[in-house]
Design a protein. Structure first.
Length: 295
């Protein structure tokens, strides 16, 4: 596939997978439109420093429809009939809460859905005419937490990513007659520069020691998560290669699973009893302990 002159649009390039993929595809000769949340932030500055003049930075907050429309208009104006839009990479993601669904504020669920689902829905809807004209590709970065695996304390994030994964499977089916191929990337555990906090809005009655125990409970969850992230992989190349294969392979995979341990995880989930799956997830990820006041 000759890359010169082909247009690619990437969402979520401030850091992590998006930034690394933007650099990689720019080096391959693609004309890349990379969206960032902060055009003056360190991620945008790094892309300006390391990439060619072909790369175009677009400011886009996926919770703001006007930002999405502005980015879509910019890409549409750059389009020519001879090139079309070869690929869209949906990478933007949000999660800043590690806590039980009961303890997570409803607003966190809404924000996760706005960024991880609705934002990633608006982009392909707006760009499909160009993708169809090129017989192009849509590659979306989802998560194992959004593929029917109930990770403890990731309800808001997992639910939004599950909706996203189903949406992309639906797009894949609907766009087959047009020659547009759709792939999902479900990475393992990588250090991507994202900051994740904990829920501080505890929906517990302030009776006796219950509230202080509730705060200790959430702090313990946060401690376990930080401990878990110490084993996260810093080398993002496996994910970048999966995204690139989804864009360039003659017959890209429907799903890519870059990362260690995912094969075992999916085997346990699909073929072993539910209690084994639950024990595995709690032992591998987070195992919440009941607060003393509730025992």
């Amino acid at each position: 596939l000759a890359t010169a002159g082909l247009l690619l649009a990437l969402a979520g390039c401030d850091s992590g997978f998006g930034q690394a993929t933007a650099r990689h595809l720019d080096a391959m000769g693609f004309q890349v439109f990379a969206s960032v949340l902060d055009p003056q932030g360190p991620g945008a500055k790094e892309l300006r420093r390391s990439c060619s003049p072909r790369l175009t930075l677009l400011q886009m907050d996926l919770t703001k429809p006007e930002d999405i429309q502005h980015a879509l208009l910019h890409i549409l104006q750059a389009h020519t009939n001879s090139t079309g839009l070869w690929g869209l990479v949906n990478n933007a993601g949000f999660n800043d809460t590690i806590a039980d669904a009961e303890l997570s504020p409803l607003g966190k669920f809404r924000t996760c859905m706005e960024v991880n689902f609705f934002g990633s829905l608006q982009l392909p809807k707006g760009l499909l005419p160009l993708l169809r004209s090129a017989g192009g590709r849509i590659v979306t970065v989802s998560s194992p937490a959004g593929s029917d695996l109930p990770f403890p304390c990731l309800a808001a994030y997992g639910a939004s990513k599950a909706a996203l994964s189903l949406l992309m499977d639906t797009f894949r089916s609907e766009l087959q007659p047009w020659g547009v191929k759709v792939s999902l990337v479900l990475p393992g555990y990588y250090k991507t520069g994202k900051r994740v906090g904990t829920a501080r809005c505890l929906h517990l009655q302030a009776k006796g020691g219950l509230r202080s125990d509730g705060e200790a409970y959430v702090e313990e969850i946060n401690r376990q998560f930080i401990q878990f992230m110490k084993v996260a992989v810093e080398d993002l190349s496996a994910v970048v290669n999966s995204i690139t294969d989804g864009l360039l392979a003659a017959n890209p995979a429907v799903r890519y699973y870059p990362g260690q341990g995912l094969g075992l995880m999916y085997f346990i989930h699909r073929y072993l009893p539910y209690f084994v799956r639950d024990l595995f997830l709690k032992g591998f990820f987070i195992n919440p302990k009941l607060p003393r006041a509730l025992r």
